[in-house]
Write a protein that binds this ligand. Sequence first.
Ligand SMILES: [Mg+2]
Length: 267
Amino acid sequence: MAIAPFVDGYDQLILDLDGCVYVGEESTPGAVETLDELRGAGKRIAFVTNDPRRSGEEYVRKLWGLGIRASLADVVTVGGAMQHLLAETRTGRTAFVIGTAAMCRHVADAGLKLLNGTDLASRADVVVVAGTDDLVYDDLRNAVLSVRRGAELLGTSRDPTYPMPDGLWPGTGALLAAVEYGSGAQATIVGKPEPGLIRTALERLGAGRTLVVGDRLDADVAAAARAGLDAALVLSGGTTAAEAEAADDPRPLVVAENLATLALRQG
Ligand SMILES: [Mg+2]
């Protein structure tokens, strides 16, 4: 199979994971073969994800489990970006985290003192909100109390949902909305649509004509626009054909059913 002419015009691709490369525990149709073809044709590939629930190592393992080669350097995660930001500017402060163990490790590794599980959890200097499947009311209360007492509020993204085989599940943005509504504060966002993840991926890939591919207009396509890169939208995740059709600003260059139909010559 040959690479589709549109994609062949690029030297390298920055691919969103959730909804683009896989949905839940399944790769999207043809994604594994497509990545083999792209790499075989000499295209450089980086993966970026707004999903804060896993560490970089866990994403590498997940990709290998699906049959996709990946190294730690190939995967740019929002958890890593959050750690980088905190380590540069907020070392030594206290933090309360709504998120998984992986996100708590990122925050601790950045040099902040984690208050989760202590009597001081509602008096943190910094509140980090990231997606998790394990949310309890105490977390919302500690986050809201800390922010109302002056803590800075950081979120990994505002993604309202993430795609799963049975539909769209509530994402980081749904949790963050509860903390913002309760506290009256607005979070600073680290992940897409902010361009940081895309820029990090670009630094690792090096110079070249670059295409960003993702399943969300408000995250992937918007982040590509802010980084000054071309974007393609796939409909295998969180966006419907009607929503893609109505897209105005930002607008993807191309809309495709999935990564395979975007990247491989059809017929
Ligand atoms: Mg996605």
